[in-house]
Structures are given as structure tokens and as C-alpha cells.
Design a protein around this ligand. Structure first.
Ligand SMILES: Nc1nc2c(ncn2[C@@H]2O[C@H](COP(=O)(O)OP(=O)(O)OP(=O)(O)O)[C@@H](O)[C@H]2O)c(=O)[nH]1
Length: 345
């Protein structure tokens, strides 16, 4: 396959693992909105499948799905070319199967890749955990963690760091894990986090996520801890907004776009919580969770959102964080604080 130099420059995420471990399913569910049940009919991948998702997603990476059994000793396997320019290598282990063989393969793969490019982030997805009880999940993770690191220590590769995630395509865990993998590859992450912290503290918001709309990966959030329930709620909101927009928002001839500059939604839940979604860029949306009483200061939130959106555009356009020289140090965005009577000060 001919690659343009632009796409060759993008950092790659490699998905590797034994046959039937779930690689293609992960890719289809996260990036192509395939429903988990449909993956039962996926055929086995026989050659490297390169999926460039940058035209639909903020995630400017290529995802390479490798066929189950790559033969590293095959001369046609050019490990220099493949591992150089790789940002993250995700190794998928089927937790419902006997994983001894997978562990051997994991060791072979990461040690080979590390020798070519020690800067790769090595991520291990302990996958298909939907079939396991909670205790069994913890035990499996502990066992895989221990054995994989023992193998590395025996080979003198203590510096090679593996990160582990429990994942399944049948819940949000796969999106959450992919979010973490992608976040590590975003150089602007600390800036985004700071901007989100400033935005929520000035606007009385409890939690805010910056989402890649098409994949529902969150590329950043404020620095308060993420609880799965909040994340799931925000993912569900994106689904609702996009689905309603697809059904009722497009032109009769099918023209238009389900997600554009005008996209925004407010959902009030029956427990005094409000969900607030607004377009930030072509691919990104801000999704916030806040209390009903904070939402009384809607004007303030909208003003602060406007400043936040502008700053995000600057971060990505210029590629550098807003400079202190241009923004006062204690309030780099020019945000306004909400007073208790609802007016901005
Ligand atoms: N229970 C469960 N099954 C899964 C999960 N992910 C994938 N599967 C199933 O695992 C089977 C194999 O999935 P594939 O995505 O084809 O696996 P692959 O690793 O791409 O396989 P090759 O192309 O042969 O290398 C399919 O029947 C999927 O439905 C999961 O999270 N939970």
C-alpha cells in the first residue's frame, strides 16, 4: 500500500496479539461504531490492516491491526520500519483463554520492539473480561502483571515498562483504556488539563471531559478523579445527541452533518444533575456535569466556555500553550467568576 508522507509521519498505534484475541473487534467498536454483537461475524485478519482515522477523528494516529501470528523472523517483517514511528503498542490478551502462549508472545513482541524503539509506550489490554467475576479479574491482572514483568526481569529488560488495563467491548472499559493510551501520545495534555481546571473552577462545574466525538475517547479531563459512572453518562450523552441529530437534524436529501459548529445540548436529569455538551472543534466536544443550582448561572458558563474554546483553538493551531505574556498569570483565559447571586464578577 502506497503511503503519503503525511500519513507516514503520524504516530502509529499498533494493535497486536494472538489470533482471535479481539484486536479487530476493538478497532471496529471504538473507531467505527460497530456494535459489540456484530463483531461475532468478523473474519480473521490475514494481513496488516492500516486504518487511518484522522479524517473523522481528532486522533491523528494510524492504527495498524496485525494478523494474529506475525512471524518476526520472516525477512519480509521489517521491524525497523514498523516500530520506528510507533507511538504505542497495544498487546491484546484474551483473558477468557489460557494465556500462557499469549504471555510468551507478549514478551517476544515487546522485547523486539523495545530494541528498535525504546520510546514506544507498551500497553497490555487484558481483554474479554466481561466473562470474569470481579475477583477473577483482579487475580488474572495480578498474575499476568507478575509473569510478564518476571519474564522481562529475566531478560534484563527491567526498564521496559508495561501498563495494564482490564477491557471489554461490551462496556465502557475499552473506551476508557483507549483514552488513556491516546492521552499519553498528546503532547498538549498538561495544557488541556490546566484549561479544563480553570474552566470548571470558574464556572461551578463538577467534572468536564474533552471528547473525541466519533470515538468517544476522552482526550483530556480536569484533574479531579474520573469515576466510571460519570464517564459513561457523558458517553451516553454523545450517543443521544448524535443519534437524534442523525435522525432529525440532517437535510431531507441526507446532506448536512450530525455534528457541527451549532452542536450543543443540555440534559437535566431527575437527580438535580445537568449534562452540558458543546462543540469545541470539528472533532472535539466539551461534555460537563454540573449541579442544577450552578446551571442558574448559564450566562457565565457560556461566557467562560467561549474563552475556553478560543484557548483550545490556540493550543492546537499554534501548537503551543497560551503564553503568560499574553494572558495574566492568575487568570490566563480571562475567565469570569460566578457570584452567588448569579451575576458574573
Ligand atoms: N466476550 C467477548 N468477546 C469478544 C470481545 N472482543 C472480541 N470478542 C470476540 O472475539 C472474537 C475474535 O475477535 P477478532 O476481533 O476477530 O479477533 P482478532 O484478534 O482480530 O483475530 P485475528 O484477525 O484472527 O487476529 C470475536 O468473536 C469477537 O466477538 C470482548 O470484549 N468480550
Amino acid at each position: 500500500m502506497e503511503e503519503s508522507s503525511a500519513s507516514a509521519d503520524k504516530p502509529r498505534i499498533l494493535l497486536m496479539g494472538l489470533r482471535r484475541s479481539g484486536k479487530s473487534s476493538i478497532q471496529k467498536v471504538v473507531f467505527h461504531k460497530m456494535s459489540p454483537n456484530e463483531t461475532l461475524f468478523l473474519e480473521s485478519t490475514n494481513k496488516i490492516y492500516k486504518d487511518d482515522i484522522s479524517s473523522t477523528s481528532f486522533v491523528n494516529f494510524q492504527i495498524w491491526d496485525f494478523p494474529g501470528q506475525v512471524d518476526f523472523f520472516d525477512p519480509s517483517f521489517d521491524s525497523e520500519m514498523i516500530f520506528n514511528g510507533t507511538g504505542a503498542l497495544i498487546f491484546v490478551i484474551d483473558a477468557q483463554d489460557d494465556y500462557v502462549e499469549a504471555l510468551g508472545r507478549l514478551h517476544l513482541t515487546v522485547s523486539r520492539a523495545y530494541r528498535v524503539n525504546p520510546d514506544i509506550n507498551f500497553e497490555v489490554f487484558i481483554h474479554k473480561v466481561d466473562g470474569l467475576s470481579d475477583d477473577h479479574k483482579i487475580e488474572t491482572q495480578r498474575d499476568i502483571h507478575q509473569r510478564a514483568n518476571d519474564d522481562l526481569a529475566d531478560a534484563g529488560l527491567e526498564k521496559l515498562h508495561l501498563s495494564f488495563y482490564l477491557t471489554s467491548i461490551y462496556d465502557h472499559s475499552i473506551f476508557e483504556a483507549f483514552s488513556k493510551v491516546v492521552q499519553k501520545l498528546i503532547p498538549q495534555l498538561p495544557t488541556l488539563e490546566n484549561l479544563l481546571n480553570l474552566f470548571i473552577s470558574h464556572s461551578g462545574i463538577e467534572k468536564a471531559f474533552l471528547f473525541d466525538v466519533v470515538s468517544k475517547i476522552y482526550i483530556a479531563t480536569d484533574s479531579s478523579p474520573v469515576d466510571m459512572q460519570s464517564y459513561e453518562l457523558c458517553c451516553d450523552m454523545i450517543d443521544v445527541v448524535i443519534d437524534v441529530s442523525c435522525i432529525y437534524g440532517l437535510m431531507e436529501d441526507g446532506g448536512g452533518c450530525a455534528y457541527d459548529k451549532e452542536s450543543m445540548a443540555i440534559i437535566k436529569l431527575n437527580n438535580t444533575t445537568v449534562l452540558y455538551l458543546k462543540e469545541v472543534t470539528k472533532f472535539l466536544a466539551l461534555v460537563c456535569i454540573l449541579r442544577e443550582e450552578s446551571f442558574e448561572r448559564k450566562g457565565l458558563i457560556e461566557y467562560n466556555f467561549h474563552c475556553f474554546r478560543k484557548a483550545i483553538h490556540e493550543v492546537f493551531e499554534v501548537g503551543t500553550p497560551p503564553q503568560d505574556a499574553r494572558f495574566p498569570r492568575n487568570n490566563p483565559l480571562g475567565l469570569k467568576y460566578g457570584a452567588l447571586n448569579g451575576s458574573a464578577v
